[in-house]
Design a binder for this molecule. Structure first.
Ligand code: DSN
Length: 441
């Protein structure tokens, strides 16, 4: 990243510029271990801040509600074609503003929320108010076991409008128990089974889920937001052959701009497109769609596979090095880009929030995370989630991961001791200097 003190923001808006510069410094001088974050290339950054932000393009390529969309059509079609090629999928909609909206399109296209006229009070006033028809049933991974808000959590629209049953991970192994999934599916008879997670460190067995979905006549969806880059590179099995729907964000391992992507089998294409627009969204973010096209172009290159392999190697090295220092990881390690550090055994008095704060002072950026069967609340937690995508983008390798495990160990073992934090902060700055982030325009 290069600072240009003569840039338009610097000249026009010193308050915003100050935060801009501070954020560039923060990213340059800290170790980013948040599993869902990454550093985009200068080309993706340029596209995201380009002239395409000026344009309305409601509709789809060749069928817009505005004039002057010929260049929008070109970039959106490129993004669609590249997404289809990358994942080998029949249909791709590149318009979702986020992963949650990518998921909502499936719910809107395939699920019936039931009637909402069930309030006892309303019925008392007017007995003609119909009894509620229940919403369709979702079966998905529990949020506390690594799932996602948009997979049916009661505070999210997915959990408010639909009935939900959750599967979880096994207390002993930390892995999804497929016979339990089968039992729950045959009991709750879901219309939709959602697979995918935001904090699950193991390989998904899509074939086993597909068998269960067929047995109970359910639709199958995979939210691959976290592992999309690994799937695109062929380093995690692809759910595309067995799922009606596959969704992802574009900014995690996939290393594109912040946004979403909804993919589906051909026979769902029309319904998904209508659900996205006009169902859920208005004007697409064309600058972000342009950046998606650029990022998907990067992901189609052979170098992307090399990068994804480094993500896997680095996660493995970090996990092994932490475990060799006596730290406990949920499920005993990782098969993908992330791991969940369970603080309870070694540091029963330390919450995820405390650990996140101490490591943050040392310049190691992580997020607190619920671990399966956690007794602490979500704003506290007993775990940390760590991931390798961003550091792998900086060019770091397994040697650096081993050093970083040592730094994490020292900060946690000192229980936030001032001198340990200061020493590690110095080491972090040195390591960051050796692996500078690429210059942006
Ligand atoms: N917030 C994302 C993550 O960090 O995994 C999920 O939406």
């Amino acid at each position: 990243m290069a600072r240009n003190d003569n840039s338009p923001i610097a000249r026009q808006d010193p308050e915003v510029w100050k935060a801009f510069v501070a954020e560039e410094d923060r990213q340059q001088n800290t170790l980013e271990l948040i599993a869902s974050e990454n550093h985009v290339s200068p080309a993706v950054m340029q596209a995201a801040g380009s002239v395409f932000t000026n344009k309305y393009a409601e509709g789809y390529p060749g069928r817009r509600y505005y004039g002057g969309c010929e260049n929008m059509d070109t970039v959106e079609q490129l993004a669609i074609d590249r997404a289809k090629q990358l994942f080998g999928v029949d249909h791709a909609n590149v318009q979702p503003h986020s992963g949650s909206q990518a998921n909502q399109a499936i719910l809107m296209a395939a699920m019936n929320p039931g009637s909402r006229f069930d309030e006892a009070e309303q019925r008392e006033k007017n007995p003609a108010v119909p009894t509620r028809t229940p919403g369709d049933m979702i079966l998905s991974l529990h949020l506390d076991h690594g799932g996602h808000l948009s997979h049916g959590k009661n505070v999210n629209i997915s959990g408010k409008w639909f009935r939900v049953t959750h599967y979880g991970v096994d207390r002993e192994t930390g892995r999804i128990n497929m016979s339990e999934v089968r039992r729950l599916a045959s009991e709750c008879k879901p219309k939709l089974i959602i697979t995918g997670a935001s904090a699950y460190p193991r390989i998904w067995d899509w074939a086993a889920f597909s068998e269960i979905a067929k047995e109970v006549n359910a639709l199958l969806m995979a939210d691959i937001a976290h592992i999309a880059g690994l799937v695109a590179a062929g380093l995690h099995p692809s759910p595309v052959p067995v799922c009606e729907f596959v969704t992802t964000t574009t900014h995690k391992t996939l290393r594109g701009p912040r946004g979403g992507l909804t993919m589906c089998k051909a026979d769902w294409a029309k319904k998904i497109d209508s659900a996205m627009f006009p169902g859920l969204q208005g004007g697409p973010l064309m600058h972000i769609i342009t950046a998606k096209a650029v990022a998907f172009g990067e992901a189609l290159k052979p170098e992307f596979k090399v990068y994804q392999q480094r993500v896997l190697d680095n996660a493995k090295a970090l996990a092994e090095s932490l475990m060799s220092r006596g730290h406990n990881l949920v499920s005993g390690g990782t098969d993908n880009h992330l791991m969940l550090l369970d603080l309870r055994k070694r540091f029963p008095a330390v919450s995820g929030q405390m650990a996140e704060d101490w490591l943050g002072l040392a310049g190691i950026v992580v997020n607190k995370n619920m671990i399966p069967f956690d007794e602490r609340k979500p704003m506290e937690t007993s775990g940390l989630r760590l991931g390798s995508p961003a550091l792998s983008t900086r060019g770091m390798g397994p040697g650096e991961m081993t050093k970083i495990a040592g730094m994490i160990d020292r900060v946690l073992s000192s229980e936030g001791g001032k001198s340990a934090i200061e020493v590690v902060r110095g080491e972090v700055i040195e390591m960051c200097k050796q692996f500078p982030l690429q210059a942006h325009v």
